[in-house]
Design a protein around this ligand. Sequence first.
Ligand code: C5P
Length: 298
Amino acid sequence: MQVTLFSPAKVNLFLAVTGRRADGFHDLVSVVAPLDFGDELVAEAGDGRRETGGSRFSLTCDHPEVPTDGSNLILRAAEAFAAATGWNTPVHFRLTKRIPPGAGLGGGSSNAVAALRALNQLSGGLLVASRLREVAAKLGSDCALFLADAPVVMRGRGDRVEPLPAPATARLRGRRVLLFKPSFGISTPWAYQRLIARGGDYLPLGEAENQLAAWVGGEARAEELLANNMEPAAFEKYVALPLLLAKLRREFGAVARMSGSGSACYTLLSDNQASDPLVALIRACWGAGAFVQEARLS
Ligand code: C5P
């Protein structure tokens, strides 16, 4: 028996890191939307013949840079599922990787949630929704959001997730997004370390909530929501990012932001806007090695 699941990428439309926590993580307030672009995960329950390294879970991936050992969040999710349920059927995962790693697009977390959902389907639903959320949240700060299948507000370290009110969701859903990432990635722990070292980039919680409430309760377009206070830490080292974002604004009036801890950036496109001139500028600045992808907020 096998199941095939879509594993979407995400973008942070609004990201305010508000301070450090006692557990070493950071508190944040973020609006995050899944995209109609992402990876595909096939999970095949079998007799264990493919089993490697003593584990009954195995993984293959078409992307050479993605680790397929126990460090991959898919296999960590599978172990967490087995520990939570006692289900012991061998499963082989096949991942078709389209979301670039080190991008701030949530690829690893999304894959972990897809693996949990796949195993829950294969096992006949051993985990109820609330338990699935608990297991997912322990795997990574960005995992909980992928269970919502809709734009959400994320709080705490990312584990507290609630849907956006319907009128706010309506201003986001279906909007065209142009994603672009330079050939290098940014490590999330590194980005948070830089934030700590710089000290002054945090946005006080009250201010973050006020900014969010003003947009949610108003009628402004999605463009007015875009913010990310992790940008200065990343931009200080990776100057190719702010240079291109400034050019996009100057030449096309495009509001572009970094997603999460980077290095992927994005801009919103209007319905009938041609993306070709923007793509040409991105390629001219960042070269053929850049990742460029059009998608929609879902
Ligand atoms: O939870 P996740 O594996 O995505 O986090 C990667 C790293 O990013 C953490 O080890 C931590 O250093 C940092 N982080 C943080 N605060 C968050 C999320 C991540 O400090 N809310």
